[in-house]
Design a protein around this ligand. Structure first.
Ligand code: 8NA
Ligand code: MG
Ligand code: MG
Ligand code: MG
Length: 310
């Protein structure tokens, strides 16, 4: 497999952080309009990230350290403790209540499988928290299938419900395809979505991905996409909207981010996932320099991109 350029590795990481930070003021809103987004873009304040980026940083650091050691791609027990340690260090980053409880249990020494399966009365979480952090998996895998499998394995550390895992598998495979596609050729939407179908053996996911194809075909507005796909904190209700935001504007990361923010609902997380896909395809240079300079996590993300590229 040809190596990943530093620009695209950095794009994946910065795109996620930009979506998270630009979307944070809008999280949970029923609607977001273009003028509000423009105001956040224009402001000069630092762009603070939330749980989405905090956990992405922890996962990326784990993958980078494992790569340096030539070990397996992940050590699940260690990764679970490192994710919990990221929550423990900064519990105010905007974690979902279920996620906080799982991390608290792991941080207190409960094995991750027991902690994750205890959530929500034993159902496990179907939230998008496993998907929102998973994109760096694409940097260390060599096929969409492998990215999906590794994504699901990192997902189940906190999200025992199958939809939590499927969300991580879908977003990891999408990030892989975005990262490995030739940016000189247009994205083949049908092929891209066919690969995502293969990543998840699940009727409700296939049904959502079919709707994504139709919404691309009709160039649907984000408000319509929110109704057709969902825009909530569940994986099934947010990962498809993020994939759509990327596929609507695959060669214009700024337009991808704006589309994702206008989907509203869990806007920071939908924009974080969409931004990671956009940056993986188009590279860090496609994002406005002024936004990147405002990112709180910029230095840490640059350092990790250097270690994960190549
Ligand atoms: P999570 O595991 O707490 O799941 C998120 C939410 O999904 C939960 O609080 C529940 O409402 C619901 N949920 C998940 N699984 C079940 C289930 N089996 N039965 C019933 N309800 C369920 O946290 P997560 O890390 O998966 O969630 C990520 C999201 O939370 C991201 O948006 C992130 O930014 C954060 N967040 C969300 C909000 C919000 O509600 N808009 C606010 C702050 C932070
Ligand atoms: Mg968040
Ligand atoms: Mg948040
Ligand atoms: Mg969110």
């Amino acid at each position: 497999t040809p190596s990943v350029s530093r620009d695209r590795a950095l794009g994946l990481l910065l795109g996620g952080a930009l979506g998270d930070a630009l979307g944070a003021p809008f999280e949970g809103r029923a609607a977001v309009d273009a003028a509000e987004i423009a105001a956040v873009e224009r402001a000069a304040n630092p762009l603070a990230h939330t749980d989405d980026t905090a956990l992405t940083l922890a996962l990326a650091a784990h993958l980078a350290a494992r790569r340096d050691d030539h070990g397996g791609l992940v050590d699940p027990d260690a990764l679970a403790r490192e994710l919990a340690a990221a929550w423990r260090a900064e519990p105010w980053r905007g974690y979902g209540p279920g996620a906080a409880r799982v991390f608290e249990l792991i941080d207190n020494g409960t094995p991750w499988r027991a902690a994750a399966s205890a959530a929500f009365g034993g159902a496990g979480s179907f939230g998008n928290g496993a998907a929102m952090r998973v994109a760096p998996v694409a940097l260390v895998t060599t096929s969409a299938r492998q990215a999906a499998e590794l994504g699901a394995r990192t997902g189940e550390l906190t999200h025992a419900h199958e939809h939590g895992r499927f969300g991580a598998a879908t977003q990891a495979a999408a990030a892989y395809l975005a990262l490995r596609g030739d940016p000189a050729r247009p994205v083949d939407v049908t092929r891209f979505l066919r690969e995502l179908h293969r990543a998840v053996p699940s009727r409700p996911w296939h049904e959502k991905l079919n709707r994504v194809a139709e919404l691309v075909r009709t160039a649907a507005e984000p408000e319509h996409a929110a109704r057709a796909l969902g825009n909530d904190v569940s994986a099934l209700g947010s990962v498809p909207a993020a994939v759509l935001a990327f596929l609507q504007h695959p060669d214009d990361p700024v337009a991808t981010l704006r589309y994702a923010l206008r989907v509203a609902g869990d806007a920071d997380t939908i924009a974080a996932m969409a931004g990671a896909l956009a940056g993986a395809r188009c590279g860090a240079g496609a994002f406005p320099r002024a936004w990147v300079d405002r990112l709180e996590a910029a230095a840490a993300l640059h350092e990790l991109a250097g270690r994960l590229a190549g």
